[in-house]
Design a protein around this ligand. Structure first.
Ligand SMILES: Cc1ncc(COP(=O)(O)O)c(C=O)c1O
Length: 397
């Protein structure tokens, strides 16, 4: 047997990085092993249980023997439910036969879209800061990341046209957007999306739109899919979504994509050679989620709105700290540039000296430096205790 360490993993894999949350979790576990009690405001996992009618649909499907291989494109009833949802809620028409693919969470949709669309050296314009698990699949697909530096203006992160122009090179193949946008909480509005859309068309790019937080918006902000802006954009767009956040179904691993037929055909090939889709009974439950009552989604949105107010309240009136009110999603950012330390140094001090864990903004790209991401995916005692430690820690720093 060769000694440990002598195994050379592929060069491709050496380009991958653990997610920020996983790296920080390692630090947290070490502290917990020493007996430290750590309050977490870090994870992007809703603390709600999956609504009962969805669980029951899965139980019925299991009892009915729905345990064989699924249709690899996605079970026809689920694809139809997705097409109906997209038309009803997003004003988008997609053919369930050829233009929709059911995936193992949005994570697989991201992977399959990039694998299907990027060639070696192809560049992906990626807003900075953004969800940190886009970079690795871009690299795995052979692509290169071109950060599009977002600007924090008037208490809100946005994507200026100049930043898109600056990031662009002739090797740029696509732009990846996330709206509502993790971690910064911006919900891109009609005018902003139209401006970005014009750029996409002018540069002949493709657009991947990750819309996983669409159901969670505040203060009248409304999610808009860029694919709904014009037929030209729809023709160049891959819409990604998932059941994870909207229906508190993170562990079910179910998501979906909608895109023009040629793109879905290519993604389908990737899927056939890898995941082959979520379990059949999970797909039945997902169809029940889309086709069933939506008051559970509204109830979760109301609860998140209350938690958001609690976070903004806890961050108010602290010297050197400015809360950034999210328009969507379940993360709030705090602008901590006034504390005069790097965001990672602030995060570490909060963890080591005050027993609370958040994510430093620079984990999401250089554009996130000077900020912290505070999650309110969990509420109740976890949130209350976390905010108490956070406020005390920030006040001391
Ligand atoms: C922006 C974004 N996209 C995708 C995902 C992954 O979603 P899924 O659970 O559907 O794979 C997450 C999870 O945190 C996310 O924040």
């Amino acid at each position: 047997m060769s000694p440990a360490g002598a195994i050379a993993v592929s060069r491709r894999v050496s380009l991958l990085q653990p997610t920020a949350v996983n790296s920080i979790l390692k630090e947290v576990r070490e502290l917990q092993a020493q007996g430290r009690d750590i309050a977490s405001l870090m994870r992007g996992e809703p603390d709600f249980r999956t609504p009962g009618h969805i669980v029951e649909a899965a139980q019925r499907a299991l009892a009915a023997g729905r345990t064989g291989y699924p249709d690899n494109r996605g079970e026809p009833a689920l694809r139809r439910a997705v097409a109906e949802k997209l038309e009803r809620e997003n004003g988008l028409r997609f053919d369930p036969e050829f233009e929709i693919l059911i995936t193992t969470g949005a994570t697989f949709g991201i992977y399959a879209a990039l694998a299907a669309l990027i060639d070696g050296g192809g560049e992906v314009l990626l807003p900075d800061p953004i969800y940190d698990a886009y970079q690795s699949p871009i690299r795995l697909a052979g692509g290169r990341v071109r950060p599009v530096r977002a600007r924090l203006e008037g208490g809100r992160f946005r994507i200026p046209r100049e930043a898109l122009e600056e990031a662009w090179t002739p090797a740029a193949k696509l732009l990846l957007l996330n709206t509502p946008w993790n971690p910064v909480g911006t919900v891109l509005g009609d005018t902003e999306l139209r401006e970005i859309g014009e750029f996409v068309l002018a540069k002949n790019l493709l657009l991947i739109s990750d819309e996983i937080y669409e159901a969670i918006t505040y203060d009248g902000a409304r999610h808009l899919s860029p694919a709904a802006l014009s037929p030209e954009l729809r023709a160049r767009c891959v819409v990604l979504n998932s059941f994870s956040k909207t229906y508190a179904m993170t562990g079910w691993r179910a998501g979906y994509c909608a895109a023009p037929r040629e793109i879905i055909a290519a993604m389908y090939l990737v899927l056939q050679q890898s995941s082959r889709g979520p379990a059949t009974f999970v797909q039945d439950a997902a169809a029940a989620a889309l086709g069933g009552p939506q008051d559970c989604v509204a109830a979760m949105r109301r609860e998140y709105a209350g938690r958001r107010a609690q976070v903004l309240d806890a961050l108010g009136g602290l010297r050197g700290v400015r809360p950034i009110a999210p328009e969507g999603g379940f993360f709030a950012m705090a602008d901590v540039r006034g504390l005069g330390r790097s965001s990672d140094a602030v995060r570490r001090a909060l963890l080591l000296d005050h027993g609370v864990v958040v994510v430093h903004g620079s984990a999401y790209g250089a554009g996130g430096e000077g900020t912290l991401r505070i999650s309110f995916a969990s509420g109740g005692e976890t949130l209350a205790r976390g905010l108490e430690h956070l406020r005390a820690g920030l006040a001391e720093l």
